[in-house]
Design a protein around this ligand. Sequence first.
Ligand code: AMP
Ligand code: GLY
Length: 428
Amino acid sequence: MNILVIGGGGREHAIAWKIDQSRIDHNIFCLPGNPGTAAFATNIPGKVTDFPLVKDTVAEKNIDLVVVGPEVPLVEGITDFLAAEVPSVKVIGPSKKGAMLEGSKDFAKDFMTRHGIPTAKYATFTGTSYEEACAFLDGMQPPYVLKADGLAAGKGVLIVSDLQEAKSLLKDVFDGKFGAAGDKVVIEQFLDGIEMSAFVLTDGKDYLLLPEAKDYKRIGDGDTGLNTGGMGSVSPVCFADEAFMEKVRKRVIEPTIAGIAKDNLDYKGFIFFGLMNCGGDPYVIEYNVRMGDPETESVMTRIKSDLLAHMIACADGTLADEEIEISDKAAVTVIMASGGYPEAYKSGYPILGHVEKGSMVFHCGTSFKDNVVVTAGGRVLAVTANAANIEDAREDAYDAVGNLFFEDCYYRNDIACDLLSLEGGDED
Ligand code: AMP
Ligand code: GLY
């Protein structure tokens, strides 16, 4: 079986690495991939949104299954494009309509409201209804949550406690702060709770629940400073116990999949549920129509069963026959970033060192320069360790980080620390 993984970050490295462990005979191609995937797959240079290139690659390499990593090609309709151009190829990733669950916050909120899925109360406004939006803000309690409707590379959510600042930021968004993504703005109630993420693979009827995870979005220790794509992750999440996850299944996941079927969203792929645990009840903060990064790096290392077999069943619509097996071990992922990220940073520094067996180094932003692996992004490496509990996994991950070097390297020191006190003695 020939598989094409679309994307070139740590998430795609981790997905391709997991596929590579399959008992099914396989060849993996990555577009574009990275020096990490080059160790076991064939990288094909190019852009993830170059649909003609994807089509030519599928034809030339006799690809049977395409796995789409990032949201942008999904929101731009890569799945519909492939269905029309190469109907025989199986695709993991929703249709353009299904991808609207991430591509438009207003669409997602309307979907959740219609299907009775718990989420923060909200209203949607456009630039022409600025005065109404301000009146709506006047009637709310701080902090105020403003969300650009469209894709904004994770930067489109503003949370402010001052009413005047909220109004002035709202004006900035309507005036183009996030480009066309801000033509509509969702204003919603602030949810006070602990955040975590649940992930499923669904064929539109049935689903497999993947290990849950928590990520660390801020650049600084103690959740301070600017927002990033994510500076680390941990799985499992001890406050997401069986009782909570049962609520997530019954109140969130199953109504979402039933809603997808009812609305004919044509969805075969991953769903990432951004959740807030508010006093033991789950609320959906957002849907993503892909896996998270760096959650995937922790999640993939905990899946024991054959992901490729699950994906084939997903594409064939026979996921009901599959069972996922998950390791009892904990996983902790620490991101090694370029100093300066998420603002300006320098690239091109050689990466040196190696880690002990048992830890994984997934490449996020690296490239080859004269056969040497060099830094090539804000987030450079995702270092993942698995151990009997979070404390040991954390220690192993940081030991591995300590054995890797590049100039200007920055990482958080407190990934998973908040869960240590919660973990208690009852590890699963
Ligand atoms: P999103 O892009 O929708 O995931 O939002 C980015 C981050 O903003 C989330 O991960 C949360 O930490 C925070 N956030 C979004 N919506 C809310 C809300 N209604 N209440 C509290 N925090 C929120
Ligand atoms: N780590 C958050 C995301 O992938 O959206």
